[in-house]
Design a binder for this molecule. Structure first.
Ligand code: NAD
Length: 370
């Protein structure tokens, strides 16, 4: 196992991986620091009932790497990291487990900054904060920047508009159809923004209550979770988990573009080429889901003055500008949008003095096939 972890780390260019366990609370967690070249490694903690330690490790390594690219593309002084806690958040999450996780974060002395991700809430971050100051996204009432998912949703909303502009020369979402996979923290707020702007929504969630709520509030169509990827729509917004775009699902897609918050939507690098072959416009996930870390950074920079919401909103408006530049670069150079995004990230890492910045092989493999 140890040799394999090191090989995986070498392959991805990860700096550090920390395995944590605590017998009293039952904590089993992995913290991965991909890069601290641009700043402390920021990335949320995900609680999920992984089938095995290997599954959890694979996920955390990929998620941490994506965070490095996310911060770099957004031009933020942050590195990339991520944490996963193995367990069902509905049953295994306790105060002692969260505090044990907080102590593990504290042990890294600020090289890794945690925040909420899937299966975690602002209230959970408040518990983690009892053990470490290296936690972000805590409640606005206590001077934190609050739940980052609203700004994440806002960034994705802008990206949906940018995709529509690229396809139809008209960014308006009015009367366009958007299919949202997963109406959790981000997906639900994205649905609110889209519905308010007049879009037609198709939604699905594995949690029936969430799906019902979204259907009622947005007057949208509810479909089964295994149908959402095949829904006929202008834009598909994956807002659940990663790996949903792959050799099996891509041939069945019936959308013109993909713009969602879920991290690591492409199962493998070649999936960018598969989307390109089907002429489906892909908005790279880490480019358009940067609203959350923008929110967190503004909170961190606020210091004693606290969180400046207007500043965070202003910075999030750069997301569609960056996305538009990526679309233009991809078109001009005949490369996929995934490749264009990675080249931009690598350039920013190198400019920051990261001469040895490792460019993931997924970029090179995601060139246009034609
Ligand atoms: P969440 O846990 O609040 O929501 C995820 C939702 O997806 C849940 O309602 C869950 O029931 C549903 N779901 C899970 N599997 C599904 C499936 N197969 N089909 C349909 N629904 C399914 O998480 P979130 O915070 O909204 O994050 C969503 C995604 O966006 C994650 O991949 C996360 O890493 C990414 N992301 C989130 C943020 C943020 O600010 N929260 C920022 C950047 C990226």
């Amino acid at each position: 196992m140890a040799t394999d972890v090191l090989k995986d780390m070498q392959r991805g260019g990860h700096e550090q991986v920390v395995f944590c366990q605590d017998a009293d609370s039952g904590l089993r967690a992995i913290i991965a620091i991909h890069s601290t070249l641009l700043g402390p490694a920021l990335g949320g903690v995900r609680m999920w009932p992984y089938a095995s330690t290997e599954d959890a490790l694979r996920d955390v390594l990929r998620l941490a790497e994506a965070m490095t690219y996310k911060a770099a593309v957004a031009g933020l002084p942050l590195g990339g990291g991520k944490a996963v806690i193995i367990g069902d958040p509905k049953r295994a999450k306790t105060e002692s487990l969260l505090r044990a996780f907080g102590r593990a974060v504290e042990g890294l002395g600020g090289r890794y900054l945690t925040a909420e991700d899937v299966g975690m809430t602002v209230a959970d971050m408040e518990v983690v904060r009892k053990e470490t100051k290296h936690v972000t996204g805590t409640s606005e009432k206590t001077g934190g920047s609050g739940d980052p998912s609203y700004l994440t949703a806002k960034g994705v909303f802008y990206a949906v508009e940018t995709c529509l502009k690229e396809i139809y020369r008209d960014p308006s979402v009015k009367n366009r159809t958007v299919a949202i996979q997963g109406v959790g923290k981000v997906g639900y707020q994205l649905g609110e923004l889209l519905a308010t702007a007049g879009a037609r929504l198709i939604i699905a969630d594995t949690d029936p209550q969430r799906a019902m709520l979204a259907r009622r509030e947005f007057e949208g169509w509810k479909v089964e979770p295994d149908e959402i990827l095949q829904a006929e729509c202008d834009v598909l917004a994956p807002c659940a988990l990663g790996g949903v775009l792959n050799r099996k699902t891509i041939p069945k897609l019936r959308c013109r573009a993909i713009a969602g918050a879920a991290n690591n939507q492409l199962e493998e690098p070649a999936d960018a080429g598969r989307l390109e072959e089907r002429r489906i416009l892909y908005a790279p996930d880490y480019v358009i889901s940067a609203g959350g870390i923008i929110n967190i950074l503004v909170g961190l920079q606020g210091g004693r003055k606290g969180y400046d919401r207007a500043k965070a909103e202003r910075l999030a408006k750069h997301i569609p500008v960056t996305l538009q530049a990526i679309f233009s670069k991809a078109r001009a150079q005949g490369i996929t949008t995934a490749q264009a995004a990675e080249e931009l990230a690598a350039a920013r890492l190198e400019k920051a003095g990261a001469k040895k910045a490792k460019v993931s092989p997924r970029g090179r493999k995601s060139r246009r096939v034609r």
